[in-house]
Write a protein that binds this ligand. Structure first.
Ligand SMILES: Cc1ncc(COP(=O)(O)O)c(C=O)c1O
Length: 399
């Protein structure tokens, strides 16, 4: 067989999806598994959104749309960004895409290439690094500590930027840590970035509506850097539409136009049906979005209180998104089936095999001391998982 491209050979498969698959396989084999790996809301999209999709089908919205999206959808995104984030982007500087993931990968292709570096503060969703590699650029990880709230500090940014740095990725609220940058923290980062005018900021704001603090400021609202920020968002998390595949980006006209050119040659456009649903989602009543965020807050409080009480688990309450990211390194060194648990992969395997609870190892996010638990699940599932984790940790201590 002919060889694959070096690009394909260098791509790491998603470890979150791998862990999720393992949990599904065990469940299919009859094991009772509580799966808290994947980050998707367990709600359904609001009724009016589903109705808009039904209507779109009935009315025959069957054709390709403009590459950047239906004009009404671009308008709806433009108004959403102003309403929720105070960002003034005209519709001409907005592009709709097949999920935030597609918006991010289009932007990465538009912003960097061979010889360039993409700075990714970790812990982070590691798709950024793989997207950078697909664009031919080199990801560079900058570890952020729990003591710093897992946020990039200005002095660390200043030390990490090189002549090759073309993109800084920021994700707030963060997957996996739930960290949210305050306005003062973004301004401090901006005061460093003004010294490096060639660096773009790719701002992943897909969890913006799921927050437990009053404000999630966008880097694009910081005047000193606003003209080089590309804002990415989507409806997967805010409107529980993961499978519908709708995201968007907004930014400088030249970048958006480049993304439209790339999208025109790759995916063409987001689904016409989903776009019509997206207009209803963004322009309609936002009460269901707030109701979902409120439900996540209750689950966060409940899951955080219990997890923090388990010996060996160290964590802070997340300010946004729907993940807990405890440091469990105090439990490393314990033995299970005659083998020492050395890191987050071993620990997750132990929980999966012994307790029937599937979490994602922190190694998948660049921090092997931690594990990620999604609380986008029912109260019953969360309680069951926590009961089992508690028992498994006690069992580990007594081995
Ligand atoms: C940080 C982050 N960005 C982007 C995405 C992708 O979102 P979408 O489903 O809109 O492609 C995810 C999905 O898990 C995510 O966690």
């Amino acid at each position: 067989m002919s060889a694959l491209s070096s690009r394909a050979a260098g791509i790491e498969p998603s470890r979150t999806i791998a862990m999720n698959q393992r949990a599904r396989d065990l469940a299919a084999a009859g094991r009772d598994i509580v799966d808290l790996t994947v980050g998707e809301p367990d709600f359904h999209p609001p009724a009016e959104v589903r109705e808009a999709a039904r209507l779109a089908i009935a009315e025959g919205a069957d054709r390709y749309t403009p590459v950047a999206g239906e004009p009404a959808l671009r308008e709806a995104v433009s108004r959403k960004l102003l309403r929720d984030s105070g960002l003034a982007y005209p519709a001409s500087r907005v592009m709709a895409s097949c999920g935030a993931k597609s918006a991010l990968s289009n932007a990465m292709l538009a912003l960097c290439g061979p010889g360039d570096e993409v700075l990714v503060p970790t812990p982070a969703w590691l798709s950024y690094a793989e997207m950078a590699k697909i664009a031919g650029a080199a990801p560079v990880f900058e570890p952020c500590s729990a003591a710093d709230g897992y946020k990039l500090r200005p002095e660390r940014l200043a030390a990490a930027v090189t002549a090759r740095t073309r993109v800084l990725v920021l994700c707030s609220p963060s997957n996996p840590t739930g960290a949210v940058y305050t306005r003062a923290e973004l301004e401090a980062l901006a005061s460093v970035l003004v010294r490096f005018p060639d660096v773009w900021i790719l701002s992943d704001e897909v969890y913006e509506s799921i927050r437990y603090v009053p404000e999630v400021p966008s880097p694009a609202s910081v005047a000193a850097i606003a003209d080089r920020v590309v804002v990415v968002g989507g409806l997967s998390k805010s409107h529980a539409m993961t499978g519908w595949r709708l995201g968007f980006l907004a930014g400088p006209k030249a970048v958006v136009d480049a993304c439209i050119a790339i999208q025109g040659q790759t995916t063409t456009c987001a689904s016409s049906i989903t776009q019509r649903a997206g207009i209803a989602a963004l322009a309609g009543d936002q009460a269901p979005v707030a109701a979902m965020a409120a439900a996540f807050r209750l689950r966060r409080d409940r899951a955080y209180a219990r997890l923090a009480a388990i010996p060996g688990f160290r964590l802070a309450a997340p300010d946004g998104a729907f993940y807990l990211f405890p440091d469990v390194s105090a439990l490393f060194g314990s033995e299970w089936r005659g083998v020492r648990i050395e890191g987050s992969d071993d620990f997750c395997l132990y929980l999966l095999e012994e307790a029937g609870v599937a979490l994602v190892p922190g190694s998948a996010f660049g921090d092997d001391a931690c594990v990620r638990m999604s609380f986008a699940a029912s109260d019953a599932a969360i309680d069951m998982a926590l009961d089992r984790i508690e028992a498994a940790v006690v069992a580990l201590g007594s081995r």
